[in-house]
Write a protein that binds this ligand. Sequence first.
Ligand code: SAH
Length: 224
Amino acid sequence: MQNIPASTGLGLDSSAVRARMVSQLAAQGIQDPLVLQAMGRVERHRFVESALANQAYEDTSLPIGLGQTISKPNVVARMIELLRQGASGRLGRVLEIGTGCGYQAAVLSHVATEVYSIERLRGLHEKAKGHLLPFRLPNVHLIFGDGMQGFPKGAPYAGIISAAGGDDVPASWMAQLAEGGRLVAPTVTASGQQALVVIHKTSQGFERQILEAVHFVPLKSGIA
Ligand code: SAH
C-alpha cells in the first residue's frame, strides 16, 4: 500500500490510492456503481487522525477517538449496498445512527438525496462537523442526540443505517422507515453473536434477513 503523507497536499495524490481501494471493493463483490463511485469520491484520510492517514485506504477499521471506530471500507460499502438494494438512482432520505467521524455520512451524501446523521457523543458530533465542513455537503444534516429514538423530524426514511450494534432493532427505527424502505443494522442475533440484520418494510409488514457476522461498537442510550 502506497504511503500517504500525513498532513497536506493529499488531494490529488490520494485519488489513485482510492481508485485502487475501489477496485479492491469491486473484486470483493461490491457491485452497485453508485456505491463504488461514492467510495471513490470521499477522501477517507481526512476523517482520521493524521498519524493514521497512511492507513486510511487499507481495508481496516480505525480508531476515531472516545473509544469508537470507523468501519473498514468493505463494511461501509457492503452496508450501503444492502441499504440501496433494488434502487437504481439515488435513495431518498436516509438516517444514519452513529455519525462518528462523519465518513459514512459523506459517502451516503452521494447516494441519497438527504442524510440525517445522529451521534450521542458531543465530542464526536463536533469533530464530524469539522471534518465535513470543507466538503460542503448541503444534504448532510448532523444531529446531536440519542439515535435510539431515531429522528422523527426526517421520517419516513427510504433507508436507516446503524453504525452501532444493539441487542435488538429499536421499534422507533421500524416506525420511521418508509414503506419500501430498508434498514441495515448490526444486531445481536439468537446465536448471541452480532450479525448484519436487514429489515425491509413492505405493505404486508416487515421482512427480516440475518446476514454475516460483524463487530461493531455497542449501541448505547442517552447522550454524553
Ligand atoms: N459511521 C461512523 C462510525 C462511527 S462508530 C463513521 O463513519 O465514523 C459508531 C458510533 O455510534 C459511535 O460514534 C457511537 O458514539 C455512536 N452511537 C452509539 N449509540 C448511539 C446512539 N444511541 N445514538 C447515536 N449514536 C450512537
